[in-house]
Design a protein around this ligand. Sequence first.
Ligand code: COA
Length: 205
Amino acid sequence: MVLSCVVEPMRPADLDEVVAIERASFPRPWPRWAFESELSLPYTCYLVARPRQEPPEEGPCLLRRRPGPAQGPIWGYAGMQVILEEGHIMTLAVHPEHRRRGIGTLLLLHLFAEARKRKVLRLTLEVRETNLAAQCLYRQFGFAVAGRRRRYYSDGEDALIMWSDRLDTLESQARLERLRSRLPGGKRFEREERGDLDSGPGDVL
Ligand SMILES: CC(C)(COP(=O)(O)OP(=O)(O)OC[C@H]1O[C@@H](n2cnc3c(N)ncnc32)[C@H](O)[C@@H]1OP(=O)(O)O)[C@@H](O)C(=O)NCCC(=O)NCCS
C-alpha cells in the first residue's frame, strides 16, 4: 500500500490534532477557541489533509477525486474567510514531520478551488517577514508583497501583506494546473478531470 492524502472540511472533532500541529508550528499559536470560533462562522472554509492508503496499482496521489474511508491522522490544515470578492487566508500549517511533501501546496490548491467556487477574485494573507518558506510557497501561487503591518505579531515582528493575482484569469488557472501536475497523482487527476479515467463518485477538489 502507498500513501496518499485526502482533503476534507475541518470538524470540531479534529481540533485536538489541529491544535497540536498549531503549537508545533507557530511561536504564538492560536488557542483552541479561535478555531472553534472560525468553524462556527458561515463565511469561513477550513480544511484538513489526512493520509490514506491506496492500493499499489493506484500509486501515490496527493490530488484525488475519491475520498476513501480509511483515513489517518491529520497532517496539515488551512483556513480562509470569504467576504464578498475577497478571501483572507487565515492559517496554513503542516505537521513538522511531513513538510516538503507537497501537503502545503495541496491545501492551498483546495483553498483556491473553494475560493473560485465562492466567486472570490483575489486572496490575501499576512506572513511573518522572516517566514521565507511560507513566502516562497505563496509566491508559487501568484502572491506578491503589497504592504507591511508594523509589529503585527505579539512578539513585535512585522507582517508582510501579500495579495494574489486575480483568480479569474487564464494565467491563474494555468499556474494552478502547473502546481497540480507537479504533485504525486496530479497527472492522473487531470486525466480524471478530462474523463480519460473513471473517477468514480465524490469530488474533493
Ligand atoms: C509553510 C508550510 C505550510 C509549507 O508546507 P509544506 O507542506 O512543507 O509545503 P510544500 O511541500 O507544498 O512546499 C511547496 C514549496 O514551498 C517552498 N517551501 C516549503 N518549505 C520550504 C522551506 N523550508 N524552505 C524553502 N522553501 C520552502 C518550496 O518552494 C516548496 O517546493 P519544493 O519542495 O519543490 O522546493 C510549512 O512549512 C509549515 O507548516 N510551516 C509552519 C507554519 C507556517 O509558517 N505557516 C504559514 C503561515 S503564513
